[in-house]
Design a binder for this molecule. Structure first.
Ligand SMILES: *Cc1c(COP(=O)(O)O)cnc(C)c1O
Length: 380
């Protein structure tokens, strides 16, 4: 099936009781059992929920995987992933991941005996060089947030296979519409469904997708055992949203591309970062492993004053954390999404105080460009 057909239909059948075309919100904590020891297969809401199952099967299909395991947030999924390793194990991380991922792993879970190495994964030789005897997992985010640096997914999966490691990719920025890491041999895909998959800025959610039976079994177990599950209503909202993922992503990309081209020609920014621009250092890799370049654009305005002028005066772009919704958002990574990363670490990876990140929405592009023009300082 094509992507849009899967997005609309996969995982969902008309409700057997009424024929309802849309999967109902099974808002129940428990299920009546026929007799002692004989249930319908559904026993307790944390363990089984049909709305959640429909969502898991839907997103698993879009990611070309067999299993989806849903969580109450992207970070709950990020946390659950660590149930695949144990104290004394070593994990190789691409530096410049989502700030909350860094906070959870480096500032919290390290205290439980897990070891993390943060490497520049844009050159996969750095990953190979970081492998130790106790390495168990490679976790990459591509493109990264907010520097939009890419990692070669095929190379990562080959390194992982050769060294018997679990490979993971946070695919939040591309969404399954533009990139399917499992097709390059990556073992597990992670999503903050809060972003493009839900796309309407009204749900927090997360998902892990895999085709590996063993990892699925362990992650399914921890989903129930630790219990970080999403509500049936949130699952229903995301399921509603994935139906339009294809049309939304097309428009996000068209707008982001036009906005990036405008920005780089405008002279307002010192540097514009977008994988779809020919001057992006990994433009060729982007064309190879992605089917599009996404809706995120970052720009360094050279000084905090110039950045502030844009951040504080735009009207259609809303100053807010998060990304991937139909409405355009603007954010200051150094003080917002990446505030928990120490300043030296931040600057090392390019997150300067003058860097601004745009989540380009699906409004009329002319309006977005006008909005920016009204508040930016242009060189004369
Ligand atoms: C937002 C985000 C997360 C965390 O997800 P939440 O749903 O906010 O918990 C993880 N990775 C990336 C790339 C994100 O953008």
């Amino acid at each position: 099936m094509g992507f849009s057909t899967d997005a609309i239909h996969a995982g969902q059948i008309p409700d057997p009781t009424t024929g309802a075309v849309i999967t109902p919100i099974y808002q129940t904590s428990t299920y009546a059992q026929h007799e002692l020891g004989k249930s319908t297969g559904y026993e307790y809401g944390r363990t089984h929920n049909l709305t959640r199952q429909a969502l898991e099967n839907n997103i698993a299909t879009l990611e070309k995987g067999k299993y989806g395991i849903a969580f109450a947030s992207g970070l709950a999924a990020t946390h659950a992933l660590m149930s695949l390793v144990k104290a004394g194990d070593h994990i190789i991380m691409s530096s410049n991941v989502y700030g909350g991922t860094y906070r959870l792993y480096e500032l919290k879970l390290k205290n439980y005996g897990l070891e993390y190495s943060w490497v520049d994964a844009s050159d996969t030789v750095n990953i190979e060089n970081a492998i130790r005897k106790n390495t168990k997992m490679i976790f990459v985010e591509t493109p990264t947030n907010p520097m939009l640096i890419l990692t070669d997914l095929k190379a990562v999966s080959e390194i992982a296979k050769k060294n018997n490691l679990i490979s993971v990719c946070d695919n939040t920025f591309m969404s399954p519409y533009f990139q399917n890491p499992l097709t390059f041999g990556i073992d597990i895909v992670l999503h903050s469904t809060t972003k493009y998959l839900n796309g309407h800025s009204d749900v927090i959610g997360g998902m892990l997708i895999t085709s590996n039976e063993k990892y699925h079994e362990r992650l399914r177990y921890i989903q129930n055992a630790a219990g970080g599950v999403p509500s049936p209503f949130d699952c229903w909202l995301i399921l509603r949203s994935t139906k339009t993922l294809a049309v939304r992503m097309k428009q996000h990309e068209e707008n982001a591309r036009a906005f990036a081209v405008f920005l780089s020609k405008s002279g307002a920014a010192k540097k514009v970062i977008y994988p779809g621009l020919k001057d992006h250092p990994q433009h060729e890799l982007a064309k190879k492993q992605m089917r599009g370049f996404g809706g995120m654009v970052s720009a360094d305005f050279g000084s905090i004053e110039k950045a502030k002028k844009v951040l504080n005066n735009v009207k259609i772009f809303t100053l807010a954390e998060s990304l991937g919704g139909v409405e355009s958002l603007i954010c200051h990574p150094a003080s917002m999404t990446h505030a928990s990363v120490p300043k030296e670490e931040r600057e090392k990876i390019g997150i300067t105080d003058s860097l601004v990140r745009f989540s380009v929405g699906i409004e009329d592009i002319e309006d977005l460009i006008e909005d920016f023009k009204k508040c930016a300082i242009f060189k004369t």
